[in-house]
Design a protein around this ligand. Structure first.
Ligand SMILES: Cc1cc2nc3c(=O)[nH]c(=O)nc-3n(C[C@H](O)[C@H](O)[C@H](O)COP(=O)(O)OP(=O)(O)OC[C@H]3O[C@@H](n4cnc5c(N)ncnc54)[C@H](O)[C@@H]3O)c2cc1C
Length: 442
């Protein structure tokens, strides 16, 4: 069986890894860029290393996947393990993350508003247990007015770029922790509570940035990886396919669906229109190289307010691995999101607004900035609006109706981390190999 894998991000590379380990199939990975890794790529500049799509950490609920991804770093000295230390910069002070477990850090009036709102919302949920579909209404239903006003609204408006009423609450299931009410009361009384235990520890490659993981996968299928080879055309041919004119039995896509529809002329127009109607966010990631020997012991912070500048999150990047910054220096990494209608910016004005905002928020001093480096990503976050399911289902039905397989963060429009892409790759490999077994038997 000859398999074409479209895209050499972590999804395509991990699929290649599983197929290569099995050894029964022939496959080729088509990657447009000259370097594999997609959103997991990293960059080096003047002794600093940073990830091109915001700060990435390695964590998985799936032990086997976590171990596999860690093993990819063996050649770069393994991984550095850190405790997750996250916080919210709430005006001019720190509040523990998640916010509801940190309300004890707030001044008394705000603390009262958050606690009373939370208790009222819990009471109301007893008579109305149905979660609202609109995200802004869901926030009030779940957390109450105080937490909505003091954190959830400004933070989510900043990161999601679109009005919160246009965003569906579907995506929060399993993502936003459901804190017991006693914990919130304890938090308000400044009795320490654990809060969000997911990702309490995480790993990061000791050298080379997060890309060391995808480099590890790429090495395992190096002869099958075709770099600087954009997919230009995919068409059916008998019971197989032609990719750029070359024959394959199966095609597995991991490209963003918006790229896929450009190269598959056979897809019906309404399915292409459904793909165009999906919403997503682009991203500008900005490395801030600092002449400061040590950072505070933090992993990343959230910046909910407009006067803190355009970044919604800042990673304390040189804390992930000492090799991320040269001796005597440290680094931060800021993330700024853009709606799909706007190209992510990389201009000097954006950087100036960012640095001013961070200075106002007390995160850095301008004179310690050595340089900044901006990278943009057209596809960073899937946006779950109210039409998401309808558009995505139509698109996937048409793509799969042609016999194409598709998975990955934007290959299926799923809010996946890299470890979940590896899980999906394992499942896809099992599916392809099971079909191979059936063919051999028949
Ligand atoms: C801000 C941010 C923070 C994140 N943080 C984390 C984190 O902390 N931990 C974590 O595990 N995950 C994190 N993720 C998620 C992770 O980056 C993604 O889930 C993962 O990288 C997606 O991989 P993929 O292979 O599905 O897609 P991609 O990486 O998008 O790969 C698609 C590939 O297709 C290629 N391509 C596009 N068009 C063509 C064409 N025509 N022909 C050939 N190739 C083409 C692209 O160059 C790319 O290499 C984060 C993501 C973002 C945006």
């Amino acid at each position: 069986m000859r398999i074409a894998i479209l895209g050499g991000g972590v999804s395509g590379l991990a699929l290649g890894h599983y197929l290569a380990a099995d050894g029964r199939t022939e496959f080729a990975i088509f990657e447009a860029a000259s370097v594999p890794g997609g959103l997991c790529r990293s960059k080096q500049r003047e002794g600093f290393t940073y990830d091109l799509a915001g700060g990435h950490i390695l964590f998985s609920k799936d032990r086997e996947v976590w171990e596999l991804m860690r093993s990819m770093c063996a050649e770069v000295g393994g991984v550095v393990r850190s405790e997750r230390r996250t916080a919210i910069r709430w005006h001019d002070q720190w509040v523990k993350y998640p916010f509801e477990n940190g309300i004890g850090d707030l001044p008394p009036q705000a603390r009262f508003e958050c606690l009373s709102g939370y208790l009222r919302a819990a009471e109301q949920r007893k008579s109305d247990g149905t979660a609202p579909r609109r995200f802004d209404e869901w926030v009030r239903w779940r957390f109450g007015d105080g937490i909505a006003r003091h954190f959830m609204d400004p933070y989510n408006e900043k990161i999601w770029c679109y009005p919160l009423r246009e965003i569906s609450s579907n995506w929060v299931a399993g993502r936003v922790p459901d804190a017991p009410i006693e914990d919130i009361i304890k938090a308000a009384c400044q009795v320490s509570t654990e809060g969000y235990t997911h990702q309490a520890v995480f790993d990061y490659p000791a050298h080379g940035g997060f890309q060391s993981i995808t480099d590890g996968f790429a090495k395992r299928c190096a002869e099958r990886l075709r770099l600087s080879t954009p997919v230009q055309r995919v068409e059916r041919s008998g019971d197989g396919f032609l990719v750029n004119g070359e024959r394959f039995d199966r095609v597995v896509n991991t490209l963003p669906l918006q790229r896929l529809i450009e190269v598959v002329p056979a897809l019906p127009e309404d399915a292409k229109q459904a793909v165009r109607s999906l919403r997503w966010l682009g991203l500008s990631s900005i490395l801030i190289a600092l002449k400061r020997p040590h950072l505070e012991p933090r992993s990343w912070i959230y910046l909910p307010f407009a006067d803190q500048g355009p970044a919604n999150r800042v990673t304390y990047f040189s804390n992930y691995a000492p090799s991320n910054a040269p001796k005597g220096c440290s680094s931060l990494m800021a993330e700024i999101t853009f709606p799909k209608e706007e190209a992510p910016r990389h201009d000097a004005q954006l950087v100036d607004e960012l640095l001013r905002g961070l200075e106002r928020a007390g995160i850095l001093r301008r004179e310690e900035v050595l340089f900044t480096d901006v990278t943009t990503q057209p596809y960073a976050y899937v946006v779950f609006d109210h039409d998401f399911d309808r558009h995505r289902d139509r698109a996937l039905a048409a793509i799969e109706g042609l016999g194409l397989e598709t998975f990955g963060r934007f290959g299926r429009f799923e809010y996946l981390n890299s470890d979940q892409c590896v899980e999906r790759a394992r499942t896809m490999a099992q599916k392809l190999l099971a079909r191979l077994g059936e063919r051999a038997r028949s």
